[in-house]
Design a protein around this ligand. Structure first.
Ligand SMILES: NC(=O)c1ccc[n+]([C@@H]2O[C@H](COP(=O)([O-])OP(=O)(O)OC[C@H]3O[C@@H](n4cnc5c(N)ncnc54)[C@H](OP(=O)(O)O)[C@@H]3O)[C@@H](O)[C@H]2O)c1
Length: 325
């Protein structure tokens, strides 16, 4: 039986869109069919690079193409809400980059719109779909090494200070928390659940966005998740999960395809590799196609509720550090 080919479109061909296009090329049944930029020349350049048959000089033209099955929204955070709604209202399924939007109200409206229009919507939190992360989730669920007693996760890199750049610009939703702090926060949420209380402190740069953010999630039985993000310096970018009977480290960089080390309490150490030969973006895309083939409007893995919980935590942390966009 011939499997369906899904026609993908990219909206906003920036840095991540290039990586995603490479990952998508590894997905059976995926065709990168169209790309849209605010500049026709840029869309054409991207189309040439990735052999994309259709290119558009406006996002509106893209969503009016009846051939498109699913749009990957890859614009800066502040536009996720607007561009996702644009796609959904034109009956296009959407995979939207993280953070899903700027706050819980926006995410909620996106979800309600997807439900109303009866089209698929998912946040592109690719880490969730990576084999090493699925392995860790299973390990936690099975309690093979007992319960989690602590978690530490960091994500840091040194970005050159360019006030206009989306990483530093307040208008574009800049700062470390929403860009990379989301990964440690997501790790805590998926491994430990919602915390009972949160404390957080941030350092700000001149543009008013957080250059570093220190977060502690407190859970019952004195379990804490210590989370850190920064765009000021390189940090190990690992996640260490302490269980009752072992300590598991997700190696650098923990949010992308990597290996894990398990240090058992009897001091035996083992490294587990996962044989991933792609850049990793193929896994979320494969999942989306599976959901579309089943005519679902919501992912069975990354649910609407999970995305709402995540943005709710980011809202709470922003309130704690006093970061208002
Ligand atoms: N999953 C991951 O691993 C990962 C990694 C990096 C980033 N991301 C996410 O992906 C999103 C995009 O990040 P990026 O690093 O790819 O950004 P980027 O390189 O700046 O690209 C963003 C694209 O959005 C479009 N855009 C539309 N309005 C814009 C505006 N007013 N200013 C700037 N760009 C505008 C631009 O495309 P046109 O002008 O051509 O239309 C631009 O190429 C962010 O939300 C980020 O969190 C995810």
């Amino acid at each position: 039986m011939k499997t369906k080919t899904f026609k993908w479109a990219i909206l906003g061909p920036g840095k991540i869109a290039h990586k995603f296009a490479k990952g998508l090329a590894e997905v059976p049944g995926a065709e990168l069919y169209a790309v849209a930029s605010r500049s026709l020349a840029k869309a054409e350049e991207f189309a040439k690079e990735f052999n994309v048959p259709k290119f558009y000089g406006s996002y509106e033209d893209l969503v009016n193409d009846t051939e498109v099955d699913i749009v990957y929204v890859a614009t800066p955070h502040v536009f996720h809400y607007e561009h996702t709604l644009l796609c959904l209202k034109h009956k296009k399924a959407v995979l939207c980059e993280k953070p899903f939007a700027m706050n819980k109200e926006q995410v909620n409206e996106m979800i309600q719109t997807a439900k109303k229009e009866n089209v698929f919507l998912m946040e592109a939190l690719w880490t969730y779909f990576l084999p090493h992360y699925q392995y860790v989730l299973e390990l936690v669920k099975s309690e093979k090494f007992g319960k989690i007693t602590g978690l530490e996760a960091d994500f840091g890199f040194e970005a050159p200070y360019l006030p206009e750049n989306r990483l530093f610009s307040k208008e574009l939703g800049g700062g470390s928390l929403l860009d990379i702090g989301i990964y440690p926060v997501f790790t805590a949420l998926t491994l430990l659940g919602k915390p009972d209380t949160i404390s957080a402190k941030a350092e700000f740069c001149e543009t008013g966005v957080d250059e570093s953010c220190n977060i502690v999630f407190n859970y019952k039985n004195s379990v804490h998740a210590r989370l850190f993000s920064t765009i000021k310096k390189m940090t190990p970018t690992i996640a260490t999960i302490t269980f009752e009977d072992a300590t598991l480290t997700i190696n650098r960089r923990f949010h992308e395809p990597t290996s894990v080390i398990i240090l058992h309490n009897n001091r035996v150490e083992e490294t587990i590799s996962f044989d991933v030969n792609t850049n990793g973006y193929n896994f979320e895309a494969e999942h989306v196609q599976k959901m579309l083939a089943q005519e679902r409007t919501e992912s069975t893995v990354l649910s609407f509720d999970k995305s709402l919980e995540l943005i709710g935590l980011l809202d709470d942390i922003r309130e704690e550090i006093g970061l208002i966009y």
